[in-house]
Design a protein around this ligand. Structure first.
Ligand code: GLN
Length: 328
């Protein structure tokens, strides 16, 4: 066991070195994937970007590369909308969406019909649209969007977080599949509000732009058993944080969730903007971003960065990993 160590905090200076080394390697990588093309505005983002930020519990954020550049958080927003929906509706959320990995692409329609309009989980598009419908109860669409923004600003301690209007418009113009999902759920009685209102909330929260630093800070409550900081009130209960982490691990990367667990072993949520938010329970939250995607719609280099981080730190919910040598 000498060559192994359990999950533990890493001294600031060492962690900084690890994070900076990862950023340098990712900046130099040549296999970078391709930005999402089905949302035209996302296809314009420079694939050479790479950013990473680690927010240790009770510690200072460590950031490297393009960690201060805002990007489209896309499906990562679904972690925060689920959190808000659970706070608003409690376990009734699970009457509308399941908690099982889908084993299908994020925008798949076929499973939804088999399963009578109840999406497999809150992180595929259909599930997040149902969650948006829950957030709309008693709220106008714009108010529901502002609730989500306020939540993120509060978590990140940063009022500058906003929506990229051109991404939201681009998605609304081309979001035929999402409209199909929403219409189907409405037909099955699993949407309570007009389809146009529900997808408006969905498109707009997907178009929220954040930096790696902001995102890592916003996600820290998940790693910190619901309470990001001792001086602040809990965001959610310990049990709820644990359950959201579980869903991130099992469903956070769509039909590549198993692969991410296998390679990285950290609860994570990806978005087609190229970001990944990771939660390392008891230790830290991490955000990494590079716009180039693989065939499943997950960032090639953000995934790789997580894999290298897990190897270098020993951070994995599945137990110790070998301490790497000094060689790359
Ligand atoms: N807004 C995107 C969509 O609806 C979100 C997908 C994603 O990030 N995987 O297609």
């Amino acid at each position: 066991m000498e060559d192994y160590r359990p999950m533990q905090t890493i001294a600031h200076a060492n962690l900084k070195e690890i994070v900076e080394r990862i950023a340098q390697r990712m900046a130099a990588a040549t296999e970078r994937g391709k930005p999402a093309a089905y949302i035209p505005e996302l296809a314009k983002v420079d694939v050479n970007r790479f950013g990473i930020a680690v927010a240790p519990i009770g510690g200072e954020v460590i950031a490297a590369g393009d960690a201060e550049v805002p990007f489209s958080i896309q499906s990562i927003s679904k972690v925060f909308t689920l959190t808000l929906a659970l706070e608003k509706a409690g376990d009734r959320v699970w009457e509308r969406v399941g908690r099982e990995p889908s084993g299908n692409p994020f925008n798949s329609i076929v499973q939804l019909e088999y399963e009578k309009g109840r999406p497999r989980n809150p992180f595929i598009n259909a599930g997040a649209i149902a969650v948006a419908d829950i957030l709309l109860a008693g709220r106008a669409p714009e108010a529901a969007v502002q609730d989500i923004l306020a939540f993120l600003r509060d978590l990140a301690g940063d009022d500058s977080i906003g929506i990229d209007a051109s991404v939201a418009a681009s998605e609304a113009r081309t979001g035929y599949r999402n409209l199909a999902l929403a219409n189907f759920m409405r037909a099955e009685g699993n949407l309570e509000h007009p389809v146009a209102d529900t997808v408006e909330v969905y498109f707009r929260h997907c178009a929220i732009a954040m930096t790696c630093r902001q995102l890592a800070k916003a996600g820290r409550f998940l790693a910190a058993a619901g309470q990001p900081d001792e001086s602040q009130a809990a965001v959610v209960s310990q049990l709820r944080a644990r359950r959201i982490n579980a869903l991130m691990l099992t469903c956070g990367h769509y039909d590549a969730s198993g692969e991410f667990a296998f390679r990285v072993g950290i609860p994570g949520k990806s978005g087609v903007g190229g970001g990944i938010l990771g939660s390392i329970p008891g230790i830290a939250s991490v955000a990494a971003w590079c716009p180039g995607l693989d065939a499943n719609g997950n960032s090639v280099l953000a995934s790789k960065a997580f894999e290298e981080l897990a190897q270098a730190t020993g951070w994995s919910v599945f137990g110790p990993v070998p301490v790497p040598s000094d060689r790359d």
